[in-house]
Write a protein that binds this ligand. Structure first.
Ligand code: PMP
Ligand code: GLN
Length: 397
């Protein structure tokens, strides 16, 4: 018998030899950057503030006295802004009172969804590499993780792998698009297949769309909820953190049918009850910014992506150019890297840079194909990325 924390820590490979839980890979690598003074391209967070309108709206809300518990579903102004955003960008109908729930970031939305809907032994199909909190929450819910691999170098899912993974034991197909860590943006055909399989096996599709506005080269984000058959079967999760460079605010949301939304609410209300009141009108302001803001944010990031991709190529890495999110995966096979985790620990000494080993997102039994791969974040100021590129150019493993 294992306690929930032991099960969770073991599932994400975070128990050390003595059985003690370890910090997440993001904490581990940000600590490494701090202690060595290396440039932190590990944990994904921007090093600049987002739009002034959003920051100012939060200050104003505090001054206006929006400082007590918000309503259980989230402030109406934010729920209305979320509904208007889905209509404006994706032509999806959302009722702010019946379909929306504001959460403590996407992380709480994911946790409450899985805890509400997964019975012990139920299977949850995920893309692998897998964002670490999915693995942990599936373990907490006593579900079974069933991976669909994204293989280098293009990291596109194979529809046959999805067909093989989804069975009558599947409760949830949990997708992430744009995908962390690979930058893959799922196309309509793959989303349609997921919905069709979910229908056939009486499962649900949950999509994590936190990077929805960060896509490049004309590739567009497609919400699963915009596809045929999505009604009553798709739960959409997103967050303000990436879109408005407010990762520390932890304002996220979930959109679902009233029945599913209420099932998740039943759990969420006892996790955090409600979330940061004055930040909610501020995010409502952000969601209503003109199209130019969203287009500009993606264009700026695309330029930063190109800067880092070129720098990594000059340094000798083979690089897969991501279509979305703010990470690039670099293959150091040519450079003689054989163990990405060990390499990432020596990289501050070798080049004064920190990255995240892709193996951290893969089950220990399936890491072989990922052991030469490192994720670098490009949501940093241009000068920082240029400095990182010039340091990496001199890299000798
Ligand atoms: N999902 C993915 C794919 C992420 O990369 C992150 C990290 N920011 C989250 C969820 C968590 O989002 P939040 O900070 O809003 O909880
Ligand atoms: N989502 C960010 C990343 O993947 C940070 C996550 C975290 O620190 N938990 O780097």
């Amino acid at each position: 018998m294992h306690s929930p924390w032991e099960r969770t820590a073991a599932a994400v490979g975070l128990l050390d030899a003595t059985g003690s839980p370890q910090p997440t890979i993001f904490t581990e690598m940000s600590t490494l950057a701090q202690t060595t003074g290396a440039i932190n391209l590990g944990q994904g967070f921007p090093d600049e503030d987002g739009p002034v309108e959003v920051l100012e709206a939060a200050r104003q809300a505090i001054s206006d006295g929006v400082n007590q518990y918000s309503p259980g579903l989230g402030l109406p102004a934010l729920r209305e802004a979320i509904a208007a955003h889905q209509r404006r960008f994706y032509d999806i109908d959302v009722d702010p009172d019946r379909n929306v729930l504001v959460t403590a970031g996407a992380t709480e939305a994911l946790a409450a969804t899985l805890l509400a809907l997964v019975e012990p032994g139920d299977e949850v199909v995920v893309l692998e590499p897998t964002y670490d909190s999915y693995t942990a929450i599936i373990a907490l819910a006593q579900g079974r993780l069933v991976p669909v691999p994204l293989r280098a170098p293009d990291f596109q899912p194979d529809p046959d792998d999805l067909r093989a993974a989804v069975t009558d034991r599947t409760r949830i197909i949990l997708l992430n698009t744009p995908h962390n860590p690979t930058g893959t943006v799922l196309d309509a055909a793959f989303l349609d297949l997921a919905i069709e399989l979910a229908e056939h096996h009486d499962a649900l599709v949950v999509t994590d769309e936190v990077y929805e506005h960060l896509t490049f080269d004309g590739v567009r984000h497609i919400p699963a909820a915009s596809r045929p058959g999505a009604e009553n079967r798709v739960i959409t999760i997103s967050s303000a953190g990436k879109t408005f460079s407010t990762t520390g605010w932890k304002i996220g949301w979930l959109i679902a049918s009233p029945e599913l939304r209420d099932a998740v609410l039943a759990v969420k209300q006892f996790l955090t009850f409600v979330n940061g009141a004055p930040l909610q009108p501020a995010i409502a302001t952000g969601l209503a910014l003109p199209d130019g803001y969203f287009i500009g944010a993606a264009a700026t990031l695309e330029h930063k992506r190109d800067l880092l991709v070129n720098g990594l190529r000059t340094a000798g890495f083979a690089v897969t150019v991501p279509s979305g999110a703010y990470y690039v995966v670099a293959d150091g096979d040519n450079l003689g890297i054989t163990d990405a985790h060990a390499f990432c620990h020596s990289l501050p000494d070798l080049a004064g840079v920190v990255g995240i080993p892709l193996t951290a997102f893969v089950h220990p039994d399936r890491r072989e194909d990922y052991r030469t791969l490192v994720r670098f974040a490009f949501c940093k100021r241009e000068g920082i990325l240029e400095e990182a590129a010039s340091r990496l150019a001199g890299l000798r493993v």
